[in-house]
Design a protein around this ligand. Structure first.
Ligand SMILES: C[S@@+](CC[C@H](N)C(=O)[O-])C[C@H]1O[C@@H](n2cnc3c(N)ncnc32)[C@H](O)[C@@H]1O
Length: 213
């Protein structure tokens, strides 16, 4: 092994000893692609006053959440929507907040500790795949998360299969996701038996609510 490969080998985990420099780089790129999610260190970037001004959780969620629903906040991050969901449920029903980073869930845990809504919020750490949901939901929020998920199709299948009849998935992606890709994704969900419920106007984003007839 050349000295540079040896350096790479020593600095990156799980690189097989017998491989070329190009192969090592390809492995790094693949690994980066798989891990391109918003790290817990970026939590403050998503949860702050300015963000809440543009993405006001009450305005966005209020038309769709009713008492006694079970609702999902998939890729909940540090929580911009979970607590508002619990308030809109008026401490009835259930909020299931799912993230693959324990650090994000710990932030939420601290925020709700000792409050009345703590009772109805279930925090669930998932792996990248599968999520491991074991109950059905009436509303599923996927806000700025689908673009971070490596194999969208499988993930969707799992979430969509957990949506009750008349249930509503809400999907919001950043504007950086092209209109074409967003439309293609929505079309693939419609092929799984969902209909358009309403288009959303979201600052810096593209959003839609679907329904399961
Ligand atoms: C950009 S943040 C958005 C957080 C939140 N939805 C919001 O709008 O404030 C994306 C979150 O999705 C989570 N995430 C990314 N891929 C995921 C996956 N495959 N399964 C579960 N969570 C995931 C990340 O850990 C991160 O907390």
């Amino acid at each position: 092994m050349g000295r540079f490969n040896e350096f790479l080998f020593n600095h990156f985990d799980n690189v097989p000893k017998k491989c070329t420099f190009v192969e090592i780089l390809e492995m790094k790129v693949e690994r980066f692609k798989k891990q391109s999610y918003c790290h817990v260190r970026m939590a403050g970037f998503w949860d702050n006053r300015l963000r809440r001004y543009f993405h006001n959780p009450n305005n966005i969620l209020k038309p769709f959440i009713r008492k006694n629903m079970t609702v999902l906040d998939f890729g909940c991050g540090p929580e911009v929507f979970t607590i508002e969901m619990a308030h809109l449920l008026e401490v009835t029903g259930k909020v299931i907040s799912v993230d693959m980073q324990q650090g994000m869930l710990e932030i939420i845990k601290r925020k709700i500790k000792g409050t009345a809504i703590e009772e109805i919020i279930e925090l669930h750490k998932c792996r990248q795949e599968p999520i491991g949901l074991n109950e059905n939901v009436d509303f599923a929020l996927m806000f700025y998360v689908v673009y971070e998920v490596p194999s969208t199709q499988n993930r969707f299948k799992e979430i969509l299969s957990r949506i009750n009849r008349n249930g509503l998935p809400m999907i919001v992606e950043p504007k950086a996701v092209s209109k074409k890709s967003f439309t293609a994704m929505i079309d693939s969900i419609k092929e799984n038996g969902f209909e358009e419920h309403s288009q959303l106007k979201i600052a810096f984003g593209r959003g839609i609510v679907l329904s399961k007839p």
